[in-house]
Design a protein around this ligand. Structure first.
Ligand code: ATP
Length: 369
């Protein structure tokens, strides 16, 4: 194995014409880490992965494997394994031969090829299917072959680009666990591209959240989930309530904002002064419904969706602002309710970065502001 201690991307950029598909990417990947590149379609994830793989030349910056510069090397000299969403298996070769292909290309002795291919087949649990052709396998089994083929060469880094996006929901869940298991048991270093925040949160050691070709935040799942760096990251991480408001009182990181005819307390996520335009972000799980007679925000239930143990509710506050909430109470549309925001969970961001976004995106629920 061409092992490394760390891989460093230094100011990596890729421009197409005059547009930056990727800009100023600084990232250090430690050996053994599972990194997810996460963000909406077109944010530059695949561009970053292809730059790492050597499939796309950089237009700025450099990539270092310990103290060796590698962005000038062709893909085959980097020794990375790759798994893409379209499995790209050889249709005329059996599972075993697909997996052994790279080993044979390296002209390894026959018994070593057999031994390593067998171990890889066992690792992805395809022993019973080893003699089949890819066309005789399910999507999940084919993706397992692709993973075995990419890892059998014991690459120093495995790059995966939305490898589960062609699979159905149940299989996707199973394969998540499978990939994480392989990552751990083979001691791989993995960079995994996805637009699915749950997938990224559940699999990765660290997430790189991107937007418009730039990194918005790098952090552990917990950091990105509980303390998104910008309201864009919050938006992407399930903070469905994004409210353009004006800050009232500011005391350290305690900010009050006007809502539903009263004021609520939030936590400043950046430098905010009284009178500033802000974006307040809160998850539906942190907006709870209570009896109408409880003091606090008042509202009226507008839409109710059954979601298993709880109901997902849209509630219009006095004054018109709509919030997505959750409740285990049996409410129906038209009920008058009180609304409580979990203390500490309303995050208040400076709104400068909202300038490039239409209000429609700020207020997905047709928010009246
Ligand atoms: P998706 O999840 O949809 O694959 P992504 O985050 O992987 O999106 P990229 O494929 O990296 O995004 O694309 C980033 C930006 O660069 C997009 O605006 C895209 O249109 C542009 N882009 C990518 N490849 C090229 C190319 N070969 N020529 C011109 N523009 C490109």
């Amino acid at each position: 194995m061409t092992g490394f201690g760390r891989l460093r991307l230094d100011g990596v950029g890729r421009r197409f014409g005059t547009a930056d598909a990727l800009a100023d990417l600084d990232l250090t990947i430690e050996r053994g880490e599972f990194i997810a590149l996460l963000g909406p379609s077109g944010c530059g994830k695949s561009t970053a992965l292809n730059c790492l793989a050597g499939l796309l030349p950089l237009t700025a910056g450099s990539i270092w494997q310990d103290d060796q510069r590698i962005d000038t090397l062709p893909p085959e000299k980097r020794g990375f394994g790759m798994v893409f969403q379209n499995y790209a298996l050889f249709p005329h070769l059996t599972v075993r031969d697909n997996i052994a292909f790279g080993l044979r290309m390296r002209r390894l002795p026959k018994d070593e090829v057999r031994r390593r291919a067998d171990a890889a087949i066992e690792m992805v649990r395809l022993e019973e299917h080893a003699s089949k052709l890819p066309g005789q396998l399910s999507g999940g089994q084919q993706q397992r072959v692709a993973i075995a083929r990419a890892t059998v060469l014991e690459p120093s880094l495995v790059l995966m680009d939305e490898p589960l996006s062609n699979l159905d929901a149940k299989l996707r869940l199973e394969m998540r666990t499978e990939i994480r298991r392989l990552h751990q048991s083979l001691g791989l270093t993995t960079v995994y591209v996805t637009h699915d925040q749950e997938e990224a949160l559940s699999m990765a050691d660290r997430l790189v959240v991107m937007r418009l070709g730039r990194v918005q935040q790098i952090g552990t799942p917990e950091q990105v989930h509980t303390k998104p760096a910008t309201w864009h990251v919050a938006d992407f991480m399930g903070y469905r309530n994004l409210l353009p408001l004006v800050a009232n009182r500011v005391d350290g990181d305690a900010v009050t904002v006007p809502l539903g005819g009263t004021t609520v307390n939030g936590v400043a996520q950046g430098s905010i002064s009284s009178g500033d335009e802000v974006v307040a972000a809160v998850r539906p799980e942190d907006v709870r419904l209570g009896n109408e007679d409880v003091t606090g925000l008042k509202g009226r239930v507008e839409v109710v969706e059954y979601q298993g143990r709880e109901l997902a509710v849209e509630v219009a506050l006095d004054g018109g602002v709509r919030l997505h909430a959750r409740t285990d109470r049996q409410v129906v549309a038209g009920d008058n309710v009180s609304v409580t925001v979990t203390p500490g969970r309303l995050l208040v961001y400076p709104s400068e970065s909202s300038a490039d976004v239409p209000v429609a995106e700020l207020a997905p629920a047709g928010l009246a502001v």
